[in-house]
Design a protein. Structure first.
Length: 182
């Protein structure tokens, strides 16, 4: 299974270093000297980590294949991926790979089925779970313990405790005319 661990951002300096947007809780492991990462699009890689370092709260990485600023800028936006075993779990018990969550049934703390988890969106502040309800409408649920108290991979479900209004649809006013499913 391929797992995204980061995305190449802007070039830093003239020797090919790049700023990374991280999608991993183990950057020291994933971007250790000598680590080889696959890429998406595939024609950019694989890329081999020459060195990595923290600078002003951002991870800077130099790859053997990106030797100067021009090649580093050309790689901007490239997604970095690693292969993990289908059954592998992150080291921390409260962490999950996206592929383990997508497709899980979403239920409320009261036990009623809310929908299906369709995607995980990684943002700088926090991750969001994309839940599709029985009407086919997408809802973004912040992936925090207060709103998502239980993830039960064995049972194939995620329990959520959404705040009032998160799953309600405003059917009055001009917005209603643009919602054919309501």
């Amino acid at each position: 299974m391929r797992v995204t661990v980061g995305r190449i951002g802007r070039a830093h300096g003239v020797r090919g270093e790049v700023v990374l947007s991280l999608v991993t809780d183990a950057p020291a492991d994933r971007f250790a000297d000598g680590a080889v990462l696959q890429t998406d699009p595939a024609d950019t890689g694989p890329l081999t980590v020459r060195r990595s370092r923290w600078h002003n709260g951002r991870l800077l990485v130099a790859f053997d294949e990106l030797g100067d600023r021009t090649t580093a800028e050309a790689a901007r936006g490239t997604v970095l991926v690693v292969t993990v075993d289908e059954d592998a779990r992150p080291e921390e018990p409260e962490e999950y790979y996206d592929h383990q969550l997508v497709g899980l049934q979403v239920v409320s703390v009261g036990g009623s089925v809310t929908g299906e988890l369709r995607d995980v969106v990684h943002l700088p502040a926090q991750d969001l779970l994309v839940v599709v309800d029985h009407r086919g409408l997408e809802h973004m649920v912040p992936f925090v313990a207060e709103l998502v108290p239980v993830v039960d991979l064995g049972a194939g479900r995620v329990t959520i405790d959404p705040p009032p209004g998160l799953f309600e649809v405003n059917v009055e006013g001009p917005e209603a005319e643009r919602r054919p499913d309501v």
